[in-house]
Design a protein around this ligand. Structure first.
Ligand code: ZN
Ligand code: ZN
Length: 193
C-alpha cells in the first residue's frame, strides 16, 4: 500500500516536468516571433513583409522560422546603407583623381603646377599658405581676401581704359593753350597799329 502514494507522486512530478517543457516551448515560440519581428524590421521597411514574416513563425513555428530564414532579404538595411556609402565614397574618390586640363597628366588635388606641362593649377593663400582654387577670391580656410586672383590676371583688359584716360587729358589741355595763342596775334596787330 505505501507504493501507491509514491506512484502518484511520480505522476505529479512528470506532470510538472511536462508543464515546464510546455512553458519552455511556449517561451521559445514567443522568442522566435520576437526575433523574427526584429530581424524583419532590420531588413525591410515594408510593413506587409514584416507582418508576413511574423505570421509565418506564428503559424508554422520552427518550420516557419526556417522558411523565413530562407526567404528573408539577404542584407539588413544598415548593411545596405553601408554598402551604398562605400560605393559613394569610391565614386567621389574617382572624381577627385584629377587630371591636368591641358596635358591630361595625372595630378594631385593640391598641386600648384602641372609637373608635366607646368600649367598653373592652384594658388597659395596670401595669408595662411594653403592651396586654393584659382577662381577663389577669398581663402575658405582663413577668410583672407585674395588680392591678386590669377583669373583676373589672365583677363587683363583694364589697360585699355587707362590708356584712354591720358588721351582725353591732352585734348582738354590744348584748349586752354589755344586761347593763350590767340591773344598774341591780337596783340601783334595792336602793336603794329
Ligand atoms: Zn599638364
Ligand atoms: Zn588662407
Amino acid at each position: 500500500m505505501p507504493q501507491l502514494p509514491d506512484l502518484s507522486g511520480l505522476g505529479s512530478i512528470l506532470q510538472f516536468l511536462v508543464a515546464c517543457f510546455g512553458a519552455y516551448l511556449f517561451a521559445l515560440w514567443i522568442a522566435m516571433i520576437v526575433w523574427t519581428f526584429r530581424d524583419a524590421r532590420s531588413r525591410s521597411r515594408d510593413i506587409f513583409t514584416q507582418v508576413l514574416s511574423v505570421a509565418l513563425v506564428l503559424v508554422f513555428n520552427l518550420p516557419g522560422l526556417l522558411l523565413y530564414m530562407i526567404l528573408r532579404p539577404r542584407e539588413t538595411l544598415a548593411e545596405k546603407y553601408e554598402r551604398e556609402l562605400a560605393g559613394e565614397a569610391m565614386l567621389q574618390d574617382i572624381e577627385e583623381r584629377q587630371v591636368c586640363p591641358v596635358c591630361h597628366h595625372k595630378i594631385s588635388a593640391d598641386f600648384l603646377v602641372c609637373p608635366n606641362c607646368h600649367t598653373k593649377l592652384h594658388k597659395k593663400c596670401d595669408h595662411c599658405g594653403r592651396v586654393l582654387n584659382l577662381k577663389w577670391n577669398v581663402c575658405p580656410y582663413c577668410g583672407e581676401t585674395q588680392g591678386t586672383p590669377v583669373v583676373g590676371r589672365i583677363t587683363t583688359p583694364p589697360p585699355p581704359p587707362t590708356a584712354r584716360l591720358p588721351q582725353r587729358q591732352p585734348t582738354t589741355l590744348p584748349s586752354p593753350e589755344t586761347p593763350r595763342a590767340i591773344p598774341p596775334p591780337s596783340a601783334q596787330p595792336a602793336e603794329g597799329q
